[in-house]
Design a protein. Structure first.
Length: 434
Protein backbone atom coordinates (compact mmCIF):
# COMPACT_ATOMS: atom_id res chain seq x y z
CA UNK A 1 0.00 0.00 0.00
CA UNK A 2 2.81 2.39 0.86
CA UNK A 3 5.74 2.36 -1.57
CA UNK A 4 9.16 3.70 -0.44
CA UNK A 5 10.78 6.54 -2.39
CA UNK A 6 13.52 5.59 -4.82
CA UNK A 7 17.07 6.27 -3.64
CA UNK A 8 20.19 6.66 -5.78
CA UNK A 9 22.52 3.69 -5.99
CA UNK A 10 25.76 4.10 -3.98
CA UNK A 11 27.95 3.74 -7.06
CA UNK A 12 26.30 6.82 -8.63
CA UNK A 13 27.76 9.02 -5.87
CA UNK A 14 31.36 8.75 -7.07
CA UNK A 15 30.89 11.21 -9.89
CA UNK A 16 28.59 13.61 -8.05
CA UNK A 17 29.86 17.12 -7.22
CA UNK A 18 30.49 18.08 -3.58
CA UNK A 19 27.45 20.36 -3.40
CA UNK A 20 25.19 17.57 -4.64
CA UNK A 21 26.50 15.20 -1.96
CA UNK A 22 25.87 17.77 0.78
CA UNK A 23 22.36 18.34 -0.58
CA UNK A 24 21.79 14.59 -0.57
CA UNK A 25 22.87 14.32 3.07
CA UNK A 26 20.55 17.16 4.06
CA UNK A 27 17.68 15.60 2.13
CA UNK A 28 18.28 12.20 3.70
CA UNK A 29 18.35 13.76 7.16
CA UNK A 30 15.01 15.48 6.54
CA UNK A 31 13.54 12.31 5.06
CA UNK A 32 14.80 10.28 8.02
CA UNK A 33 12.98 12.66 10.37
CA UNK A 34 9.82 12.56 8.26
CA UNK A 35 9.85 8.75 8.13
CA UNK A 36 10.45 8.44 11.86
CA UNK A 37 7.63 10.90 12.56
CA UNK A 38 5.34 8.99 10.19
CA UNK A 39 6.20 5.84 12.13
CA UNK A 40 5.21 7.55 15.38
CA UNK A 41 1.88 8.54 13.81
CA UNK A 42 1.36 4.90 12.80
CA UNK A 43 2.22 3.68 16.31
CA UNK A 44 -0.23 6.12 17.85
CA UNK A 45 -3.00 5.09 15.43
CA UNK A 46 -2.39 1.44 16.32
CA UNK A 47 -2.36 2.30 20.02
CA UNK A 48 -5.77 3.93 19.79
CA UNK A 49 -7.20 0.91 17.98
CA UNK A 50 -5.74 -1.59 20.45
CA UNK A 51 -6.91 0.43 23.45
CA UNK A 52 -10.43 0.42 22.00
CA UNK A 53 -10.22 -3.36 21.56
CA UNK A 54 -8.66 -4.07 24.95
CA UNK A 55 -10.06 -1.76 27.65
CA UNK A 56 -7.97 -3.46 30.33
CA UNK A 57 -9.43 -6.80 31.39
CA UNK A 58 -9.25 -10.04 29.44
CA UNK A 59 -11.00 -13.34 30.27
CA UNK A 60 -9.05 -15.80 32.37
CA UNK A 61 -7.20 -18.65 30.70
CA UNK A 62 -7.87 -22.34 31.18
CA UNK A 63 -5.98 -22.52 34.48
CA UNK A 64 -7.87 -19.68 36.14
CA UNK A 65 -11.30 -18.18 35.82
CA UNK A 66 -10.07 -14.83 37.13
CA UNK A 67 -9.70 -12.07 34.55
CA UNK A 68 -6.17 -10.86 33.87
CA UNK A 69 -4.96 -7.32 33.31
CA UNK A 70 -4.18 -6.82 29.64
CA UNK A 71 -4.03 -3.34 28.15
CA UNK A 72 -4.13 -2.29 24.55
CA UNK A 73 -0.60 -0.90 24.85
CA UNK A 74 0.68 -4.27 26.05
CA UNK A 75 -0.94 -5.99 23.08
CA UNK A 76 0.58 -3.44 20.70
CA UNK A 77 4.01 -3.82 22.30
CA UNK A 78 3.96 -7.53 21.54
CA UNK A 79 3.08 -6.81 17.93
CA UNK A 80 5.87 -4.24 17.56
CA UNK A 81 8.38 -6.67 19.05
CA UNK A 82 7.52 -9.24 16.41
CA UNK A 83 7.24 -6.88 13.45
CA UNK A 84 10.28 -4.70 14.16
CA UNK A 85 12.48 -7.25 15.95
CA UNK A 86 12.93 -5.02 18.98
CA UNK A 87 12.82 -5.65 22.70
CA UNK A 88 9.78 -5.21 24.91
CA UNK A 89 11.22 -2.14 26.64
CA UNK A 90 12.06 -0.49 23.31
CA UNK A 91 8.54 -1.13 22.06
CA UNK A 92 6.97 0.44 25.15
CA UNK A 93 9.25 3.49 24.88
CA UNK A 94 8.19 3.97 21.27
CA UNK A 95 4.52 3.74 22.22
CA UNK A 96 5.00 6.18 25.08
CA UNK A 97 6.86 8.64 22.87
CA UNK A 98 4.17 8.51 20.18
CA UNK A 99 1.42 9.17 22.71
CA UNK A 100 3.38 11.94 24.46
CA UNK A 101 4.14 13.81 21.24
CA UNK A 102 0.59 13.45 19.93
CA UNK A 103 -1.18 14.53 23.11
CA UNK A 104 1.31 16.89 24.81
CA UNK A 105 3.64 18.26 22.12
CA UNK A 106 1.71 18.39 18.83
CA UNK A 107 3.73 21.32 17.46
CA UNK A 108 6.94 19.36 17.96
CA UNK A 109 5.47 16.35 16.17
CA UNK A 110 4.29 18.57 13.31
CA UNK A 111 7.80 20.02 12.89
CA UNK A 112 9.22 16.49 13.01
CA UNK A 113 6.72 15.32 10.39
CA UNK A 114 7.81 18.04 7.96
CA UNK A 115 11.50 17.26 8.53
CA UNK A 116 12.16 20.70 10.03
CA UNK A 117 13.73 19.17 13.15
CA UNK A 118 15.59 15.92 13.79
CA UNK A 119 15.44 13.31 16.54
CA UNK A 120 17.89 15.17 18.76
CA UNK A 121 15.59 18.20 18.78
CA UNK A 122 12.57 16.05 19.58
CA UNK A 123 14.25 14.27 22.48
CA UNK A 124 15.46 17.60 23.92
CA UNK A 125 11.95 19.07 23.85
CA UNK A 126 10.48 15.95 25.44
CA UNK A 127 13.10 15.77 28.18
CA UNK A 128 12.66 19.41 29.20
CA UNK A 129 8.88 19.26 28.84
CA UNK A 130 8.76 16.27 31.20
CA UNK A 131 10.40 18.42 33.89
CA UNK A 132 7.28 20.60 33.98
CA UNK A 133 5.50 17.76 35.79
CA UNK A 134 8.37 17.07 38.22
CA UNK A 135 7.60 17.74 41.89
CA UNK A 136 8.65 21.23 42.90
CA UNK A 137 8.61 23.08 46.19
CA UNK A 138 7.56 26.67 46.69
CA UNK A 139 10.10 29.10 48.17
CA UNK A 140 8.40 28.86 51.58
CA UNK A 141 8.91 25.10 51.63
CA UNK A 142 5.26 24.23 51.02
CA UNK A 143 3.91 22.24 48.13
CA UNK A 144 5.49 19.13 46.74
CA UNK A 145 2.82 18.58 44.08
CA UNK A 146 3.56 19.12 40.39
CA UNK A 147 4.03 22.80 39.65
CA UNK A 148 1.60 22.61 36.76
CA UNK A 149 -1.30 20.28 36.11
CA UNK A 150 -4.25 19.92 33.75
CA UNK A 151 -4.96 22.90 31.49
CA UNK A 152 -2.15 24.95 33.06
CA UNK A 153 0.34 22.24 32.13
CA UNK A 154 -0.89 22.13 28.53
CA UNK A 155 -0.66 25.92 28.27
CA UNK A 156 2.90 25.89 29.67
CA UNK A 157 3.98 23.15 27.25
CA UNK A 158 2.49 25.07 24.35
CA UNK A 159 4.41 28.16 25.42
CA UNK A 160 7.59 26.11 25.72
CA UNK A 161 7.10 24.77 22.19
CA UNK A 162 6.21 28.14 20.68
CA UNK A 163 9.28 29.85 22.12
CA UNK A 164 11.81 27.12 21.52
CA UNK A 165 10.73 25.85 18.09
CA UNK A 166 11.08 29.30 16.54
CA UNK A 167 14.14 29.09 14.29
CA UNK A 168 15.04 25.65 15.65
CA UNK A 169 16.20 24.43 12.23
CA UNK A 170 19.39 26.48 12.70
CA UNK A 171 20.12 25.12 16.19
CA UNK A 172 22.04 22.06 17.29
CA UNK A 173 20.61 19.83 20.00
CA UNK A 174 22.91 21.41 22.60
CA UNK A 175 21.84 24.92 21.63
CA UNK A 176 18.16 23.97 21.74
CA UNK A 177 18.59 22.38 25.18
CA UNK A 178 20.12 25.61 26.43
CA UNK A 179 17.17 27.62 25.10
CA UNK A 180 14.68 25.10 26.51
CA UNK A 181 16.34 25.13 29.93
CA UNK A 182 16.20 28.91 30.08
CA UNK A 183 12.51 28.91 29.12
CA UNK A 184 11.76 26.21 31.68
CA UNK A 185 13.41 28.26 34.40
CA UNK A 186 11.36 31.26 33.34
CA UNK A 187 8.13 29.24 33.49
CA UNK A 188 8.93 27.98 36.98
CA UNK A 189 10.17 31.35 38.26
CA UNK A 190 9.42 31.75 41.96
CA UNK A 191 9.65 28.03 42.58
CA UNK A 192 12.60 25.75 43.20
CA UNK A 193 13.08 22.06 42.46
CA UNK A 194 13.91 21.43 46.09
CA UNK A 195 13.74 23.57 49.17
CA UNK A 196 17.09 24.98 50.27
CA UNK A 197 17.03 22.87 53.41
CA UNK A 198 16.45 19.73 51.36
CA UNK A 199 19.33 20.60 49.06
CA UNK A 200 21.64 21.20 52.02
CA UNK A 201 20.68 17.84 53.54
CA UNK A 202 21.41 15.96 50.31
CA UNK A 203 24.97 17.22 49.84
CA UNK A 204 27.58 14.47 49.85
CA UNK A 205 31.01 13.43 48.61
CA UNK A 206 31.69 9.75 48.01
CA UNK A 207 34.92 7.89 47.22
CA UNK A 208 34.70 4.34 45.89
CA UNK A 209 37.71 2.13 45.18
CA UNK A 210 37.99 0.75 41.62
CA UNK A 211 38.47 -2.94 40.93
CA UNK A 212 42.10 -2.42 39.93
CA UNK A 213 43.00 -1.53 43.53
CA UNK A 214 44.97 1.51 42.35
CA UNK A 215 42.38 4.14 41.51
CA UNK A 216 39.10 5.42 42.92
CA UNK A 217 35.91 7.11 41.74
CA UNK A 218 35.06 10.49 43.28
CA UNK A 219 31.42 11.56 43.10
CA UNK A 220 29.19 13.93 44.97
CA UNK A 221 26.30 16.36 45.04
CA UNK A 222 26.81 20.04 45.83
CA UNK A 223 25.07 23.35 45.12
CA UNK A 224 25.37 24.45 41.50
CA UNK A 225 26.91 27.86 42.26
CA UNK A 226 29.72 26.29 44.29
CA UNK A 227 30.17 23.53 41.69
CA UNK A 228 30.61 26.04 38.85
CA UNK A 229 33.11 28.05 40.89
CA UNK A 230 35.08 24.92 41.78
CA UNK A 231 35.13 23.78 38.15
CA UNK A 232 36.45 27.16 37.01
CA UNK A 233 39.06 27.13 39.80
CA UNK A 234 40.40 23.69 38.83
CA UNK A 235 40.59 24.74 35.18
CA UNK A 236 42.42 27.93 36.15
CA UNK A 237 44.94 25.94 38.20
CA UNK A 238 45.51 23.50 35.34
CA UNK A 239 45.97 26.32 32.83
CA UNK A 240 48.40 28.17 35.12
CA UNK A 241 50.74 25.19 35.44
CA UNK A 242 51.35 25.16 31.68
CA UNK A 243 50.82 28.75 30.46
CA UNK A 244 52.56 28.23 27.10
CA UNK A 245 50.04 25.54 26.12
CA UNK A 246 47.25 25.54 28.73
CA UNK A 247 45.23 22.68 27.22
CA UNK A 248 48.19 20.59 26.07
CA UNK A 249 50.68 18.21 27.69
CA UNK A 250 53.07 19.87 30.17
CA UNK A 251 56.78 19.19 30.67
CA UNK A 252 55.94 16.46 33.17
CA UNK A 253 53.77 14.61 30.66
CA UNK A 254 50.50 15.57 32.38
CA UNK A 255 47.36 16.25 30.38
CA UNK A 256 45.03 19.11 31.24
CA UNK A 257 42.62 16.64 32.88
CA UNK A 258 45.44 15.19 34.99
CA UNK A 259 46.50 18.67 36.12
CA UNK A 260 42.92 19.38 37.23
CA UNK A 261 43.08 16.27 39.42
CA UNK A 262 46.41 17.43 40.88
CA UNK A 263 44.89 20.85 41.58
CA UNK A 264 42.06 19.18 43.51
CA UNK A 265 44.51 17.11 45.54
CA UNK A 266 46.61 20.22 46.22
CA UNK A 267 43.58 21.82 47.88
CA UNK A 268 43.77 19.11 50.53
CA UNK A 269 47.50 19.58 51.18
CA UNK A 270 47.45 23.36 50.90
CA UNK A 271 50.16 23.32 48.22
CA UNK A 272 48.02 24.74 45.44
CA UNK A 273 48.12 28.25 44.04
CA UNK A 274 45.11 30.54 43.73
CA UNK A 275 44.93 31.65 40.10
CA UNK A 276 42.55 34.31 38.95
CA UNK A 277 39.57 32.51 37.44
CA UNK A 278 36.65 34.04 35.61
CA UNK A 279 33.00 33.07 35.83
CA UNK A 280 30.81 35.47 33.83
CA UNK A 281 27.23 35.87 35.01
CA UNK A 282 24.76 37.78 32.87
CA UNK A 283 21.68 38.59 34.93
CA UNK A 284 19.09 41.33 34.90
CA UNK A 285 19.40 44.03 37.54
CA UNK A 286 15.74 43.47 38.42
CA UNK A 287 16.56 39.83 39.18
CA UNK A 288 19.49 40.79 41.42
CA UNK A 289 17.19 43.18 43.27
CA UNK A 290 14.62 40.42 43.79
CA UNK A 291 11.96 42.11 41.65
CA UNK A 292 11.63 39.06 39.40
CA UNK A 293 13.04 35.55 39.03
CA UNK A 294 14.26 35.51 35.44
CA UNK A 295 17.10 33.02 34.81
CA UNK A 296 20.66 34.15 34.19
CA UNK A 297 23.41 32.99 31.84
CA UNK A 298 26.72 31.66 33.18
CA UNK A 299 29.90 31.20 31.15
CA UNK A 300 32.93 29.48 32.67
CA UNK A 301 36.17 28.37 30.98
CA UNK A 302 34.55 24.98 30.26
CA UNK A 303 30.83 25.53 29.66
CA UNK A 304 27.99 27.95 28.95
CA UNK A 305 24.56 27.42 30.47
CA UNK A 306 21.43 29.05 31.81
CA UNK A 307 20.86 28.91 35.56
CA UNK A 308 17.90 29.69 37.83
CA UNK A 309 17.71 33.17 39.35
CA UNK A 310 18.74 31.83 42.76
CA UNK A 311 22.02 30.44 41.39
CA UNK A 312 22.70 33.63 39.39
CA UNK A 313 22.28 35.70 42.55
CA UNK A 314 24.61 33.42 44.51
CA UNK A 315 27.32 33.72 41.86
CA UNK A 316 26.89 37.46 41.41
CA UNK A 317 27.02 38.08 45.17
CA UNK A 318 30.59 36.82 45.47
CA UNK A 319 31.99 38.26 42.23
CA UNK A 320 33.29 41.49 40.78
CA UNK A 321 30.53 43.40 39.01
CA UNK A 322 30.98 44.99 35.61
CA UNK A 323 28.38 47.19 34.00
CA UNK A 324 27.63 46.39 30.35
CA UNK A 325 25.86 49.19 28.47
CA UNK A 326 23.59 48.33 25.55
CA UNK A 327 21.48 50.30 23.14
CA UNK A 328 17.66 49.89 23.22
CA UNK A 329 17.82 46.87 20.89
CA UNK A 330 20.26 45.01 23.12
CA UNK A 331 23.48 45.65 21.17
CA UNK A 332 26.59 46.06 23.30
CA UNK A 333 28.11 49.52 22.70
CA UNK A 334 31.68 49.35 21.41
CA UNK A 335 34.80 51.54 21.51
CA UNK A 336 36.88 51.06 18.37
CA UNK A 337 40.65 50.63 18.27
CA UNK A 338 43.30 50.05 15.64
CA UNK A 339 45.42 47.64 17.65
CA UNK A 340 45.32 43.99 16.58
CA UNK A 341 44.79 42.58 20.05
CA UNK A 342 41.46 43.78 21.49
CA UNK A 343 41.46 45.61 24.78
CA UNK A 344 40.11 43.83 27.83
CA UNK A 345 36.99 45.99 27.62
CA UNK A 346 36.41 45.14 23.95
CA UNK A 347 36.97 41.43 24.60
CA UNK A 348 34.46 41.48 27.46
CA UNK A 349 31.86 43.18 25.27
CA UNK A 350 32.31 40.68 22.42
CA UNK A 351 31.98 37.76 24.82
CA UNK A 352 28.97 39.39 26.45
CA UNK A 353 27.30 39.56 23.04
CA UNK A 354 28.24 36.02 21.93
CA UNK A 355 28.71 33.65 24.86
CA UNK A 356 29.74 30.69 22.65
CA UNK A 357 31.56 30.02 19.39
CA UNK A 358 29.49 31.42 16.52
CA UNK A 359 29.90 28.42 14.19
CA UNK A 360 26.54 26.68 13.58
CA UNK A 361 25.82 24.24 16.39
CA UNK A 362 29.03 24.87 18.35
CA UNK A 363 28.60 25.50 22.09
CA UNK A 364 32.24 26.08 23.04
CA UNK A 365 32.19 28.89 25.67
CA UNK A 366 33.43 32.22 24.32
CA UNK A 367 35.78 32.54 27.27
CA UNK A 368 37.81 29.72 25.74
CA UNK A 369 37.54 30.89 22.12
CA UNK A 370 39.75 33.04 19.90
CA UNK A 371 38.44 36.51 19.10
CA UNK A 372 38.66 36.50 15.32
CA UNK A 373 38.58 39.49 12.97
CA UNK A 374 35.65 38.88 10.62
CA UNK A 375 37.23 41.26 8.11
CA UNK A 376 40.93 40.41 8.45
CA UNK A 377 43.08 42.98 10.21
CA UNK A 378 45.46 42.98 7.21
CA UNK A 379 42.52 44.12 5.06
CA UNK A 380 41.84 47.12 7.33
CA UNK A 381 39.38 45.21 9.46
CA UNK A 382 39.02 47.14 12.74
CA UNK A 383 39.63 45.59 16.13
CA UNK A 384 36.14 46.54 17.22
CA UNK A 385 33.14 44.74 18.66
CA UNK A 386 31.28 44.74 15.34
CA UNK A 387 34.23 43.08 13.58
CA UNK A 388 35.18 40.56 16.26
CA UNK A 389 33.55 37.24 17.02
CA UNK A 390 34.44 34.29 19.28
CA UNK A 391 35.45 31.16 17.41
CA UNK A 392 36.84 28.01 18.97
CA UNK A 393 40.33 27.18 17.75
CA UNK A 394 39.07 24.50 15.34
CA UNK A 395 36.43 26.70 13.67
CA UNK A 396 38.86 29.65 13.65
CA UNK A 397 41.26 27.51 11.62
CA UNK A 398 38.41 26.37 9.37
CA UNK A 399 37.60 30.00 8.56
CA UNK A 400 41.23 31.07 8.12
CA UNK A 401 42.73 28.14 6.24
CA UNK A 402 39.87 26.74 4.16
CA UNK A 403 37.35 28.09 1.67
CA UNK A 404 34.71 28.70 4.33
CA UNK A 405 33.56 32.36 4.41
CA UNK A 406 32.00 34.34 7.26
CA UNK A 407 29.68 37.30 6.66
CA UNK A 408 28.12 39.44 9.41
CA UNK A 409 24.34 39.94 9.34
CA UNK A 410 23.93 43.08 11.45
CA UNK A 411 20.23 43.49 10.67
CA UNK A 412 19.59 40.00 12.09
CA UNK A 413 22.22 40.21 14.82
CA UNK A 414 23.89 37.15 13.41
CA UNK A 415 26.40 35.60 11.03
CA UNK A 416 26.34 33.68 7.76
CA UNK A 417 28.81 30.85 7.20
CA UNK A 418 29.23 29.83 3.56
CA UNK A 419 30.82 26.44 2.94
CA UNK A 420 33.15 25.49 0.04
CA UNK A 421 30.14 23.92 -1.68
CA UNK A 422 28.25 27.22 -1.64
CA UNK A 423 25.78 26.26 1.08
CA UNK A 424 24.95 28.96 3.62
CA UNK A 425 24.25 28.46 7.32
CA UNK A 426 22.98 31.34 9.44
CA UNK A 427 23.48 31.74 13.18
CA UNK A 428 21.98 34.41 15.37
CA UNK A 429 22.77 36.13 18.63
CA UNK A 430 20.02 35.75 21.20
CA UNK A 431 19.08 39.02 22.85
CA UNK A 432 20.67 39.52 26.26
CA UNK A 433 18.31 38.80 29.17
CA UNK A 434 18.38 42.34 30.43
Amino acid sequence: MFEPAALPAPDTLRGAPDAALVDLLATLDRDRSRMDALGLHAVEELRRRRVAEHPGLAPGDGESADPVQLTGEQVLAAELCAALRIGHGTAHRRITQARSLTEDLPATLDAYTTGTIHYGHVSAVQEISDLLTAPVVAPDGSGGDPFLAGDALRVARAELEKTCLDGVAHLSRAQLRRRLTRKLQSLTAGYTRRSKATREDRRFVRIEACDDGLTAHLSGLLPLAEALTLDAFLTGCADATNPENPRGIDTQGRSHAARRVDALLDLHTGRGTSPSVQVNVTVAATTLLGLDDEPGDVVTPTLAMSVPAEVARDLAACGTWRRILTDPTGHVVDVGTRTYRPSALTARRVRARNTTCIFPGCTRPALHCDLDHVVPFAQDGPTAVDNLAPECRFHHRVKTHTRWRLTPLPERRGWRWTSPTGHSYDTSTDSPPY
